[in-house]
Design a protein around this ligand. Structure first.
Ligand code: FES
Length: 125
């Protein structure tokens, strides 16, 4: 993946790390990415929302969350994007990481910034 001069300048100025191009992600699916030595699950929802979370399921530590099942749930009248772990199907909010299906540990989620067709994460998240 090649970053442009402008992108490299942005990374330096804001402490951002390039994740991928938006076109690298298929709507309704996730992909695993290696970001600063950490496995991150990066998702693109059907309505072009972009999210990132730990690739490790908080339930077992299994590195499976990029293969999770994307969906949504209406909470207090607001639709929130979700991901279900592919193993035991615990459901997590993609915006906050809260587990919706059990009193379980949250899924660590990370801020994603979109600049044109490139996704960035803050360094050191
Ligand atoms: S491994 Fe993810 S819910 Fe059990």
């Amino acid at each position: 993946m090649t970053a442009t001069v402008e992108e490299n300048a942005l990374e330096t100025a804001r402490g951002l790390v390039e994740v991928c191009r938006t076109g690298d992600l298929e709507p309704g699916w996730g992909e695993a990415a290696w970001i600063e030595g950490t496995q991150v699950a990066v998702y693109r929802t059907q309505d072009d929302g972009f999210f990132a979370a730990s690739h490790h399921c908080p339930g077992s530590g299994a590195k499976v969350m990029a293969r999770g099942i994307l969906g949504d749930k209406t909470i207090d009248g607001t639709r929130v994007p979700t991901v279900a772990c592919p193993l035991h199907k615990e459901v997590y909010r993609l915006d906050t990481g809260a587990c919706l299906s059990a009193a379980a540990a949250p899924l660590p989620v990370f801020a994603v910034h979109r600049l044109d067709d490139t996704l960035w994460m803050e360094a050191g998240q």
